[in-house]
Design a protein around this ligand. Structure first.
Ligand code: ADP
Ligand code: MG
Length: 368
């Protein structure tokens, strides 16, 4: 199977300043973004952040309080759901129990007036793609949870919708099956070139499946980007903490002869002159440093110079491929380290004072 995304230059959908208010509650607050054709976008955020509201606005089940929704270049803001060419798969995939698998898949074609022979041909093609052609005559209750979900996906894709919406599609599956289905759904949607908007609160699911991730917080779009961009250049502490694991160190900014440093009790992070971040920081008094656990090198305790810190090991945990250290800093804050440097870590123990080192390239600055 070919899992390379078939993203084209065309814009599939555009949200332009979309808001949805319920009395004083701003379920959605001025959200704007574009979705490209063939793209797999995941909306990720904590419960209540506006993900489902966004999806329902795209589907047409709710009318925005303000803003515009364009699909394939047309203003669809006031178009009813049945007149939007959108496929949907929700967590309770709601297959019709009295219909066979092929009848379930063909249902959206039937409602669109497609004749029986053509319907069966296209449904069968879709069942081939999801690997269930041999189950065409079965009833949903004769299928496993994962198979039923693939039937639901086939039904959402069979009429070649402009956009496919998935709302927490894996929520009803157990953890192992969820991991398999994430990869399968990603493969299938890419194979047919579908444009997908998915919703989840599961960070890993978003990372596995998406070309881009839109992070929601309190009804607002906090940041949108590829998994890589969000990991390497988070714009806020919230995003840094939501994508991957982040150590957030808050310190005071000070100009030095060599550039600028951000310092706290027992640690400092330095940026050289000429680094574009240095100039931005020169106007700040406080800043937050994001340090990923795998970018911190544990070292025997010693005087801290340059990009370094010190602390006391609180926990040392062996995880097979790596060690995890929890280090208590002088100010009481904790820092997580993940290290594969088994030789160095083996001789360190809980209660030991250790040093930590990193480089300017390892740090991300927020709030400059
Ligand atoms: P998510 O899907 O990210 O968990 P939702 O989009 O469902 O979040 O909800 C966003 C916010 O809007 C929440 O605070 C929720 O309580 C509120 N909300 C959603 N639907 C309604 C409604 N019909 N009436 C009042 N408040 C609502
Ligand atoms: Mg929801």
């Amino acid at each position: 199977m070919n899992a390379a995304p078939q993203i084209t230059a065309g814009t599939a959908m555009k949200l332009d300043g979309v808001s949805k208010h319920y009395g004083p509650v701003k379920a959605l607050d001025n959200v704007s973004f574009e979705l490209r054709k063939g793209e797999f976008l995941t909306m990720l955020g904590p419960s209540g952040s506006g993900k489902t509201t966004s999806l329902r606005a795209i589907a047409g089940f709710i009318q925005p309080t303000a803003g515009r929704l364009m699909i394939d270049g047309r203003d669809m803001t006031s178009v009813p759901p049945q007149k939007r060419n959108i496929g949907m798969m929700f967590q309770d995939y709601a297959l019709f129990p009295h219909m066979t698998v092929i009848e379930n898949v063909g249902y959206p074609l039937e409602t669109r007036g497609i004749k029986r022979a053509e319907r069966e041909k296209r449904s069968m093609e879709m069942l081939e793609i999801v690997g269930l052609a041999h189950c065409a005559k079965r009833y949903p209750k004769e299928m496993s949870g994962g198979q039923q979900q693939r039937v639901a996906l086939a039904r959402a894709l069979v009429f070649k919708p402009d956009i496919v919406l998935l709302d927490e599609p894996m929520a009803a599956l157990d953890k192992k099956l969820r991991g398999q289905m994430q990869i399968e759904i990603m493969h299938i949607t890419r194979q047919v070139g579908a444009t997908v908007v998915s919703v989840t609160h599961d960070q890993e699911e978003a990372l596995v499946m998406s070309d881009r991730i839109a992070i929601f917080k309190d009804g607002r779009l906090e940041q949108i980007g590829t998994p890589h961009q969000l990991y390497l250049q988070p714009k806020s502490e919230f995003v840094a903490d939501f994508i991957g694991e982040a150590n957030l160190l808050r310190g005071s900014v000070r100009a030095t002869d060599d550039g600028v440093t951000i310092e706290g009790d027992g640690w400092r992070a330095g940026l050289p002159k000429g680094d574009i971040r240095t100039e931005a920081l020169s106007r700040a008094q406080k800043a937050c440093v994001v340090l990923r656990p795998e970018r911190i090198h544990a070292a025997p305790a010693g005087p801290a110079t340059g990009n370094a810190g010190e602390g006391v090991i609180e926990d040392k945990i062996y995880l097979g491929v790596e060690y995890r250290l929890v280090v208590r800093m002088n100010d009481g804050g904790k820092v997580n380290i993940r290290s594969r440097d088994v030789a160095t870590i083996a001789s360190m123990n809980a209660g030991d004072r250790i040093g930590m080192a990193w480089t300017a390239d390892d740090i991300v600055i927020i709030g400059a």
